[in-house]
Design a protein around this ligand. Structure first.
Ligand code: TTP
Length: 208
């Protein structure tokens, strides 16, 4: 029989992931790098794309690295045992990877490239349960309507694209330009409910 866990650690700075986990009714505590930044964790290095790396390989690899860092953090702090959850979201147009934009200018560039086309949103999830690591991948397709320069600049001026893969938030004003989507709405927002629930059930966190 699987062991029962009363709560999990969520190793994510993303408020969307927290909100989505709450939607599943899962009790959790955050497991974040400390604010002093003295734990030798470099988020930028973790998210660097390797030359020629395919988007799926990339998102799964980065999620694994995030979870490695979280497992080490958990051990360093001597915290009580509980599963640790991590996730990473990336946008891909063909083989081109779109992470979080560096600034407003970069956001405009990304949206100009995505507008009028269909792209994929890949979200990998990984759960560490003692020595076991459970993983899942959610792939969605989103088609953006063509956007004028003025529409893109107006959207970027809202500040919404910063901190979001592909420089947009489907849960925000960008919804106005989503012509069609297939896949997982929650996955696009950063934590696919169906896949995550499956992992949590396998780990004994969700009973049914
Ligand atoms: C495409 C898209 C992405 N996003 C967000 C989800 C993720 O938070 C973010 C992609 O960045 P990530 O690197 O996946 O996550 P993060 O840096 O925000 O958080 P952490 O690594 O600490 O878990 O983009 C949306 O909120 N809406 C969208 O429509």
């Amino acid at each position: 029989m699987t062991q029962e866990h009363r709560f999990i650690y969520l190793a994510s700075q993303s408020p969307r992931r927290r909100q989505l986990l709450e939607q599943l009714g899962v009790r959790h505590e955050l497991l974040l790098p400390n604010a002093a930044g003295d734990e030798a964790e470099d988020a930028e290095a973790i998210e660097a794309v390797l030359p020629g790396e395919a988007p799926t390989t990339y998102v799964e690899r980065v999620t694994g690295l995030k979870l490695d860092a979280a497992v080490a953090r958990h051990a360093r702090r001597g915290l009580s045992p509980a599963p640790i959850l991590c996730s990473d979201t990336t946008v891909a147009l063909g083989r081109t990877i779109y992470g979080k934009p560096e600034d407003a200018h970069d956001a405009v560039r990304m949206l100009r490239e995505l507008a009028g086309h269909e792209h994929r949103v890949l979200t990998a999830v990984a759960l560490q349960v003692g020595p076991r690591r459970l993983t899942a991948l959610s792939v969605s397709r989103v088609r953006f309507a063509p956007m004028s320069r003025a529409q893109i600049e107006d959207y970027v001026a809202t500040g919404e694209p910063l901190g979001k893969a592909g420089a947009y938030a489907i849960q925000g004003r960008a919804a106005a330009y989503v012509e069609h989507l297939s896949g997982s709405y929650s996955g696009i927002m950063g934590l696919p409910m169906y896949e995550t629930a499956r992992l949590l059930r396998a780990a004994g966190v969700l009973a049914v």
